[in-house]
Ligand binder design. Sequence first.
Ligand code: COA
Length: 178
Amino acid sequence: MTHTDRTTHTSPSPFVFRAAGPSDGAAVWRLVQATGALEPNTPYCYLLLVTDFGDTCLVAEQDGEVVGVVLGYHPPREPETAFVWQIGVMPALRGRGLGLRMLQAWMALPANAHCEWVTATVAEDNPASRALFGRLAATHQTRCEVLPHFLADQFPHEHPAEPLYRIGPLARGVPAHA
Ligand SMILES: CC(C)(COP(=O)(O)OP(=O)(O)OC[C@H]1O[C@@H](n2cnc3c(N)ncnc32)[C@H](O)[C@@H]1OP(=O)(O)O)[C@@H](O)C(=O)NCCC(=O)NCCS
């Protein structure tokens, strides 16, 4: 008896990128736990962030599930800067360009589109994060300056230093998929 393989090879569902809002707090907290690498904060902290700073936070969804986040804000004394506090991609989806696409979409959010600089602190023991922000600067043909910022001895427990990566200047109105 012959067997006809009716398996259909469908392409993966597309990612949907959008600004975060108050209803995303729980899913963002879960995603942070699932990354296994991001410092987990309380659910309240993420609720606060997506409620008060949702315009400068991005969620990436696939089939209605949150699979990536960029959590950021504008430092009060640097309104032309968009700061990335945490960025995470589900482990199964890493290394395929999603992190870079999320950053591009995050920079293109209406609240961030005017920013000339992107900053982030990157732990010295995080090569993926270093590579991601280096790639972002290269994609935009701009500089990535690394400056001392949070030193190891400023943390209350053992923690690697977190230098500040300062990317820019960026052309205003950065396209979402430059
Ligand atoms: C950091 C992170 C968001 C990157 O997301 P991603 O979707 O895997 O990144 P991309 O596929 O877009 O890759 C972007 C660049 O980083 C490089 N990269 C990705 N993972 C890497 C790794 N583990 N080691 C070295 N380089 C890496 C890619 O090669 C690419 O550079 P290239 O274009 O020059 O080759 C993801 O690894 C992650 O969620 N890590 C856990 C959470 C974390 O550490 N966040 C950062 C601190 S807030």
